[in-house]
Write a new protein. Sequence first.
Length: 175
Amino acid sequence: MEKSYKEIMPQIDTFIFDVDGVLTNGIITITTNGELIRNMSIKDGYALKTAVNAGYNVCIISGGSNEGVRKRLEGLGITDIYLGTHTKTIQLEDYFTKNNINPKNVLYMGDDIPDFPVMKIVGLPCCPKDAVPEIQDISKYISQKKGGTGCVRDVIEQVLKVQGKWMQQFDAQTD
């Protein structure tokens, strides 16, 4: 029998996220000079930084190649950022090999067809509420939050709570 997402969360040690439609709402504003502008949730950013600080592997694999996105994510402490990726499984396998990661211990959140092959490999495929039906069908967890509005925070917070690491930095201060 297949494990539920709650049974898998205790073994997660790696978070991998798509950008557009997951860390953003999937809407791109185009300026008159052709610059592409995206919006990201501060709450998602806090959760990503918390996961990095707690020692989790955090990786971004995206088809987009906006350097502003890279700067934002690097500012959160994420060092493994693959942008401009058209075959995500290639970067995924490279990341797994370089970091000795077991795919069963990976949570991946995607929202659209390019995420499908990656989501078939990992232990806990997840998606935002507004992901395409094909991605929802293979997800073991569908966040009640839409892309760019806290879905990343939702999954990170759940995993860290299950593992007793959410609010850990504040619990230590009160002991």
